[in-house]
Ligand binder design. Structure first.
Ligand code: IPM
Ligand code: MN
Length: 375
């Protein structure tokens, strides 16, 4: 029997409840497909931070780098200022492990209601490949009051390091600024990944940018996309401004197969993607470094107001677990998990409140685990 060791960070709010169901379903898949998962729990999140002052240490990160995949619940807590845990834990993990692909399937499963009138599971089935390490997420910026000031801003990555020395002279009362950049290396690798993915699907890749206004950063993106596209003559391509693509996601989702996007636009359009596939309770994501340590999580947050009630939908997390299985090479088990989710939805008997049901988080997990054992 194959043995896997998988670190798990349940996190805050509803994190522990949804992760418990994810583990249950992945364990059931292991029984059926001949592998066993040894889960290694990590305490990181709000409580750990409040108790110890630590977000996630270099030691913990080094230890995690021994593994192929991390299973992650959610973080965020009302007691802590927004951004501290998100940047200190979630983004730190994404950047430390150079998880440059944020893979977010937007797939309406059978049995799920979409707010888009007349659209079915045949129409809504695409994958967003979001760049996950650059753009306005690099976390450098500042504030400057009237007058002269200096500031040095630095971004250090495995791929490169970039330093900006700013000489500010402003007569505005105060400014706030944020720098974003994309690198040639960072842009090319994510676009290539998206082209390769498109080759395994319908061979259609849509690029997202805002090259008409933010032309230095996204004009560069477009140029790199065009140059890589010439190596994939078999893949149909198009360019979409980010504002327009939000409209097309609603009006004609069937046009899309694979969508590749810079980081921030990817963040925004995948919440819209989640809604058209039936809601945040159903939307999974993978933060992937194909050669390193990846991390799998639902795209929703920690929903503190539902904490401990056993009420929320665990499907996004279970589906993220399916993406995890795919990443570690358990392809068959991965598709079995997605099929079991779909069967649960088609049956429509055991469902949480967001889908109009009154079942608990654990009943949904039990039902999906049962469906896996039945195959
Ligand atoms: C997401 C989230 C994160 C992001 C936050 C929590 C840092 O919104 O995974 O989409 O902006 O990437
Ligand atoms: Mn988001």
């Amino acid at each position: 029997m194959t043995q896997y060791k998988i670190p798990v960070i349940p996190g805050d709010g509803i994190g522990p409840e949804i992760i418990r169901e994810g583990r249950k379903v992945l364990d059931a898949a292991g029984e059926q497909f001949g592998f066993d998962i040894d889960w290694i729990e990590y305490p990181h999140g709000a409580d750990h931070y409040l108790e110890t002052g630590e977000l996630i240490s270099e030691d913990a990160l080094r230890e995690l780098s021994e593994y192929r995949a991390i299973y992650f619940g959610a973080i965020g807590d009302d007691r802590i200022k927004p951004g501290i845990l998100e940047k200190g834990i979630l983004l730190t993990i994404r950047f430390y492990f150079d998880e440059y692909i944020n893979l977010r399937p937007v797939k309406l499963l059978d049995g799920v209601w979409t707010p888009l009138r007349d659209k079915t599971s045949r129409d809504i089935d695409f994958v967003v490949v979001r760049e996950n390490t650059e753009d306005f997420y690099i976390g450098i910026g500042g504030r400057a009051k009237k007058g002269k000031s200096k500031k040095t801003l630095e971004v250090m990555r495995n791929l490169y390091s970039v330093k900006f020395g700013l000489d500010i002279n402003s007569d505005s009362e105060e400014i706030g600024y944020q720098l974003g950049f994309i690198s040639k290396e960072g842009t090319r690798r994510v676009i290539k990944y998206a082209f390769e993915l498109a080759r395994t699907r319908e061979r259609h890749l849509s690029s997202v940018d805002k090259a008409n206004v933010l032309s230095d950063i996204y004009g560069f993106w477009r140029e790199e996309f065009t140059s890589i596209a010439s190596g994939y003559p078999d893949v149909k391509t198009d360019f979409n401004f980010v504002d327009a693509i939000t409209m097309w996601f609603v009006k004609n989702p069937e046009w899309f197969d694979v969508v590749v996007t810079p980081n921030m636009f990817g963040d925004i359009i995948t919440d819209l993607g989640a809604m058209i596939q039936g809601g945040l309770g159903l939307a999974p994501g993978g933060n992937i470094n194909p050669e390193g340590t990846s991390m799998f999580e639902p795209i929703h947050g920690s929903a503190p107001k539902y904490k401990g009630q056993n009420r929320v939908n665990p499907i996004a997390t279970i589906w993220a677990g399916a993406l995890l299985l795919d990443q570690i090479g358990e392809k068959e088990a991965s598709s079995a998990v997605v099929s079991a989710i779909e069967q649960n939805l088609v049956d429509g008997k055991v469902k949480t409140y967001d889908l109009g049901g009154s079942n608990t988080t654990s009943e949904v997990g039990d039902d999906i685990a049962r469906l896996i054992r039945m195959r």
